[in-house]
Design a protein around this ligand. Sequence first.
Ligand SMILES: C[S@@+](CC[C@H](N)C(=O)[O-])C[C@H]1O[C@@H](n2cnc3c(N)ncnc32)[C@H](O)[C@@H]1O
Length: 349
Amino acid sequence: MNQAPAAAKDAHADAAVETVARQVLGNCPHHLFQWPPLANGEQWTSLDRQQAIHTNILKWATDYHVLPNTKYLSTFLRRYVRMIEEAGEELDEDLLTFHCDLMGQGAADTGDLPHDFTLKTYFLDSRVSDNYVTTMESANTISGGTTGLKTWPASLSMAEYLLTHPDLIRGKTVVELGSGVGVLGLVCARLSAARVALTDVNASVLSVLEKNVDRFRQRTTLPAAPIEIHSLDWFSVEDHEADAHLGDVLLCADTVYDPDLLPGLAHCLHTFLRAAARRNRPLAVYMATAIRRESTFHDLNDRLRKVGFAYRIILDDCPPMRFYPDEAVTQIAVLEIVPVSDGTGVGGE
Ligand SMILES: C[S@@+](CC[C@H](N)C(=O)[O-])C[C@H]1O[C@@H](n2cnc3c(N)ncnc32)[C@H](O)[C@@H]1O
């Protein structure tokens, strides 16, 4: 956090508060929430810890306009207050006031969030610091008939992979397909990409993406790459669009979820790879995906092979570890799309 935690007694207590901050501000689902152990037998219900949670998480998030929505926060606080009461501890006055204000929609500032939307904050360093990305997202899985209004776990796994391999992005022009609300792209902007182009097809997704990018531009205090947003449909993308948007790195996360979309995605990847080949320009293509059905994977491989490419698994079974996905994640893989061994890699469709 920006200021030294007022009530924290030592580094261990600081780190524990940060773990709670990361969960609360990342909207970690309540059933997956974990209170980290404290040193010297101290409890999270003590007045000292209550003050730390109020000052370093709730007040900090209010001041920085990154509070999750009222529904998420009031459930968190209800559970916390119950814990305090069950331990027979006194309730901290500031915490109580915050809770009452929230219930009455008083001073707690949750901004102008549309119904069922929340703010999620992803801290990019191992410690909580100014290096974070906040996005407005739907609190529901499918909202307005699209899956694109929330961040999917594969995006978070890919973001974590890139955070540990920043050279893949530093100084590169990055294009993302099916960006959704934009977390991955914003992480790339923070990783010193030369330029980031975020694309999607859905009008409501593009509108939320625009808001998230605006917010990022206005509020970030750290250097970040220029970000563009474009409407791009995998099925109808043409050579001139691929030429116009072509970068050094093409990313897609959780775009292999519907077998009906695979032909479009394969066409789009092929169009970009062909554009790169025409210009004799290397294009690294990374894809992160939840492995929901093996058959969809085989289908992806078949479609890629038809156009001269295959996927290579870079990381298998890599659920997000730093960020908090909104579901208990099963299997996620990060793939690289590479030319098949005959080296042509740019076959016809
Ligand atoms: C499951 S969401 C993933 C969003 C984001 N990449 C993430 O992982 O959080 C799939 C995204 O692909 C987009 N999409 C679906 N069909 C598309 C198409 N034909 N062209 C471009 N984008 C498409 C959706 O609008 C949605 O944003």
